[in-house]
Design a protein around this ligand. Structure first.
Ligand code: ADE
Length: 225
């Protein structure tokens, strides 16, 4: 899979490039992470990366020509494979675990990070979808893009053992049950007895019950649906 990120701050991705799963997939040749600096496409007659909005208003808008040129460049990475382009914006549809699974099937995913007050809306016509990571406004699409990259790549073949992603939160519509490790008692806090019982059926039932209770308490919206 190839993931291309269009950003005006490629250096923000230095950390995630070194993340163990991303490195492992890149070394195995199953992932290519390409950073495209939108600023590199703001030359020539298009000197500025941003400009004030038509119609007036606060802030600056990322200009359309450098965005489009950067997108065409990213698409050129895999000329024979059509890319799936996503714009990160608080105005997008909410990102869910199912989206991570779905987008992980794409051979070439292009993520466009907005900045300033946003980007010229003409770029939307070149994207398949717009995604938001939550109902809050961040200063740019870089952190949201990293959220997508992390959640998608950890599901990839060879990233983690299958069992470690099968039982986790959202995979079955419920939040994951609590987990414990040694020591069995510490600072007066004991691990639930049942987990030490060796009774696999009792443990399975306890975990299921915990998942239900936690979901009802913390995510009544998930519980209802
Ligand atoms: N850019 C700024 N805020 C965002 C959000 N919540 N989701 C996606 N992109 C964003």
């Amino acid at each position: 899979m190839t993931i291309s990120v269009l950003t005006i701050f490629p250096e923000l991705f230095d950390g995630i490039r070194k993340a163990p799963i991303i490195r492992r997939l890149q070394e195995a040749g199953t992932l290519t992470l390409q950073l495209v600096d939108i600023k590199d496409f703001a030359g020539g007659s298009f000197r500025h990366i941003d400009d004030s909005p038509y119609g007036g208003g606060a802030g600056m808008i990322l200009r359309f020509p450098p965005l489009l040129a950067a997108l065409e460049h990213a698409k050129g990475m895999t000329p024979e494979i059509p890319a799936h382009t996503v714009i990160l914006t608080p105005a997008g549809h909410p990102f869910r675990q199912a989206d991570a699974h779905r987008l992980g099937q794409e051979e070439h995913l292009i993520l466009i990070c907005g900045h300033y007050e946003g980007m010229d809306a003409r770029i939307n016509e070149y994207a398949q979808e717009q995604i938001s990571i939550g109902d809050y406004v961040l200063s740019g699409g870089e952190v949201p893009a990293m959220v997508l990259i992390d959640s998608i790549t950890r599901l990839a073949e060879g990233a983690l053992r299958k069992e470690s992603t099968e039982d986790e939160s959202f995979e079955n519509g419920l939040l994951e049950y609590p987990q414990y490790t040694r020591p069995a008692v510490y600072d007066g806090k004991a691990v639930p007895e049942v987990l030490l019982s060796g009774n696999h059926e009792a443990i399975r039932r306890w975990r299921e019950e915990q998942s239900r209770e936690l979901t009802q308490k913390n995510r009544p919206d998930l519980w209802k649906s």
